[in-house]
Design a protein around this ligand. Structure first.
Ligand code: MSP
Length: 517
């Protein structure tokens, strides 16, 4: 049977800046789902990449004394490096200056032109370069961009327009019939009221600068950067390339687009309307996450309150980094982040609960049973045994339900229920006492087996968020490569820990951090 395709994407990032905590946040979240979907056996395809055209990038290049292409080429490796550092497992990396993309963009707009969805007109109004967004006079707040508060430019151009307004009813029907299309619900309501308030046609070309994909039917017009960028989701999987039709059929539509809440209008209004006009299927879900705030403010370069992913990874390690953002901030809501809360999570959840469980248990296994996994218990389980098993038994289902809603917090909480109970179990059963009495040997072996089995299963479910340490725990349990698991539910069944497997203790996974922050 062919495996079900699961195609998920991050936004493509502007190359005016190097990766920061905000862009890393979207990317890590998407990566955790990609890793989980590989473990649920899906034929997963995870796309990220770079948005390289537009005025903002052209300006950044100019400020740095480079041509736009040179500038993009100098920034792209910075993204690749940081994504590698963060263990981002993307299957492709699209750059909008690549030929495959440009060809697809031109094919797309040519089709909409031929099918009568475009017309020539005149644009007069405001434009926010940092957000690459058009604004009407009445939308400005104190003469500034209503979303980012920065200065706007007045532009007057002859442009091509897309008949976006014709799609109002079809879009409203979409939100009604497929509530999953915009998640969470709060964002869906926002999008619905925006569309109900009336849609204007969209200017899709620019003539006053040239850093973009030329419109094939209009000389001196380059495509507006957003309608170039959105198409990356289809051009990356073969749109516009006759040789890639089969691949395109297999991958499109995407299952999830991950986006920040600031870019939902582009993804939930303009993008589906573009696809409707082209007669292409719509993605299943656009999930909008909130902003990371430091001391209550959105982190941004202009506010100077940006911490770098590199600094934090150096301090906490990559898995703790990934864990913190997905556990401490409810995905979909804004969340305050701070070094203090990061140290707290690290020492509490990772050093005390998870790291400590592994260390003490692997030590005891070495000490009391020569590092060899004992035989699975045969007698009737005690209440404590049964509780531990039950928590492990519920985990696959609870985890799946949480991940379907992209509720990473709940998925990790369910995993922590097992980890915490395993710690309690060891405390209560006290293997160190059992080991003193030869007549309690069988119970000692049962307790160690059960606790090791809980650790094996917990590592499995930690793996999408913390791939390195989970792989390490599996290696210390003498098991195979955790990245080769393609059926997490089956692998997560109780009792699969092989008797006789050799356990090694190793260094602490998350050594406590004592330093002040
Ligand atoms: N290039 C466009 C996206 C085109 S997709 C077809 C773009 N790029 S971006 O580099 O500005 O930002 C991309 C993502 O980073 C957005 O989803 C945005 O929400 C996210 N973040 C940027 N700063 C953020 C925070 N402080 N917190 C959380 N995410 C934020 O927009």
């Amino acid at each position: 049977m062919s495996r079900q395709s699961f195609y998920l994407t991050t936004p493509i990032y502007y190359v005016n800046a190097v990766p920061h905590l905000g862009t890393a946040y979207t990317t890590v979240a998407c990566d955790a789902l990609a890793r989980y979907r590989r473990m649920t056996g899906h034929d997963t395809f995870f796309l990220t990449g770079l948005d390289e055209h537009g005025q903002k990038v052209a300006q950044a290049a100019e400020e740095n004394g480079m041509s736009p292409q040179e500038w993009c080429d100098s920034i792209a490796p910075r993204y690749r490096e940081v994504w590698e550092m963060l263990r981002i497992s993307n299957d492709d990396f699209i750059r909008t200056t690549q030929e495959r993309h440009k060809r697809g963009v031109q094919a797309f707009w040519q089709k909409l032109h031929d099918d009568g969805y475009l017309y020539q007109g005149h644009y007069e109004g405001w434009y926010c370069v940092p957000d690459e967004t058009y604004w009407a006079e009445g939308q400005l707040v104190d003469g500034k961009c209503p979303t980012c508060g920065r200065d706007v430019d007045f532009i007057r151009e002859d442009n091509w327009f897309f008949k976006l307004s014709e799609f109002q009813d079809e879009l409203l029907a979409l939100y009604e019939e497929r509530p999953q299309f915009v998640r969470p619900e709060k964002r869906r309501n926002e999008v619905v009221s925006f569309v109900k308030s009336g849609l204007k046609d969209l200017s899709i070309s620019r003539t006053t600068f040239s850093w973009g994909v030329p419109l094939p039917f209009a000389e001196n017009h380059v495509t507006y950067v957003w309608i170039d960028a959105l198409l990356n989701y289809v051009t990356a999987v073969g749109y516009g390339d006759p040789e890639k039709e089969i691949q395109f059929e297999r991958r499109w539509p995407a299952q999830v687009h991950f986006v920040g809440k600031d870019i939902i209008r582009f993804h939930c209004v303009i993008w589906p309307a573009m696809l409707m006009a082209a007669g292409l299927p719509l993605p299943e879900m656009v999930f909008a996450h909130g902003f990371l705030l430091t001391k209550g403010e959105k982190m941004s370069k202009s506010k100077g309150n940006v911490m770098s992913p590199q600094d934090l990874v150096e301090r906490f390690g990559v898995d703790a980094y990934r864990y913190y953002f997905l556990r401490d901030v409810r995905f979909g809501e804004d969340g305050s982040i701070s070094l203090e809360s990061m140290v707290q999570r690290y020492n509490g959840d990772l050093a005390n609960d998870w790291g400590n469980l592994c260390s003490r248990l692997f030590n005891m296994t070495e000490k009391y049973v020569s590092g060899v996994v004992p035989a699975p218990p045969t007698g009737p389980p005690t209440d404590a045994d049964a509780t531990l098993r039950a928590l492990a038994g519920f985990l696959p289902e609870k985890y799946e339900a949480a991940m379907e809603k992209l509720d990473y917090g709940a998925a990790l909480e369910a995993t922590w229920d097992l980890i915490k109970d395993a710690n309690r179990y060891i405390e209560q059963e006290a293997p160190w006492n059992l080991a003193k009495d030869e007549s309690k040997r069988a119970r000692l072996e049962t307790v160690l087996f059960n606790a090791l089995e809980a650790v094996r299963i917990a590592a499995l479910f930690c793996a999408p968020v913390m791939p390195d340490t989970s792989a390490e725990v599996w290696a210390r349990l003498g098991l195979g490569d955790i990245h080769d698991v393609f059926d997490i539910a089956a692998e997560g069944e109780w009792g699969r820990l092989p008797q006789g497997s050799r356990v090694t203790k190793g260094e602490p996974l998350f050594p406590r951090i004592y330093e002040d922050v």
